[in-house]
Write a protein that binds this ligand. Structure first.
Ligand code: ZN
Length: 218
């Protein structure tokens, strides 16, 4: 079994955001960043270029994408990948979009319908997805992401993963499962505003610790 919990270092994504003239005003800068990446959490902004003469300038911003998930849910999606090994598992992450982040409230397992090559492809039956979405709405939750596993393959997205990802603004979580044991779990957020310019960017996973307000008996 893998060692307890993986420590996740903050993943910082730098984006260079072109903006029109008059970008010296703070609101415009943040708006320009939001236009490019609505989930952006701007850590710092550096403006350079010839703004004085009305030319274009660029903003360089550090952006932290974040997915928050409870430890039990995190473990559940990893276990799912072990159970379906050597085939890919898949499922849906329900929760809320909070500010710039996605917060997972519930993990829903789905069946992998790619019977032709389940060892390196996954697909969720649209009927099952609609049913999951309906249940979520009933609970006041939204689909904030999807997860799947990579049996004996690194926890990095593939071109197929990108091509088949259509939920802009959602997280795509991938767990590598080596010889039946869950190894790394990484998250990527699907950014862009069309199928043409969509892209997957790294995001930090914040695994929330179990109950913090536990009653302690002395
Ligand atoms: Zn994949």
């Amino acid at each position: 079994m893998p060692s307890a919990r993986t420590e996740f270092a903050a993943v910082v994504v730098a984006a260079r955001v072109p903006v029109p003239a008059r970008c010296g005003e703070t609101d415009e800068i943040f708006q320009a960043v939001a236009n490019v990446n609505p989930l952006a959490q701007v850590e710092w902004v550096l403006v350079f270029g010839d703004e004085v003469n009305g030319g274009c300038c660029e903003i360089e911003a550090e952006i932290n994408n974040m997915l928050t998930i409870k430890n039990a849910d995190y473990e559940q999606l990893r276990r799912h990948g072990e159970e379906t090994y050597p085939f890919e598992c898949c499922g849906v992450l329900l929760g809320q979009f909070t500010g710039h982040d996605r917060v997972v409230e519930e993990v829903v397992r789905c069946g992998n319908t790619r019977a032709d090559r389940p060892q390196d492809r996954y697909h969720i039956d649209p009927k099952e997805l609609i049913s999951v979405q309906r249940q979520a709405t009933g609970k006041g939750l939204e689909i904030v992401g999807f997860y799947h596993s990579h049996p004996d393959h690194p926890a990095r997205w593939s071109q197929t993963d990108l091509a088949e990802a259509h939920w802009l603004g959602c997280s795509y979580v991938i767990t590598s499962v080596d010889s039946g044991v869950a190894r790394d779990t990484n998250a990527f957020v699907l950014l862009g505003d069309t199928e043409e310019n969509k892209r997957l960017e790294n995001e930090e996973i914040h695994v929330a610790s179990p109950v913090e307000d536990r009653t302690i008996c002395r």
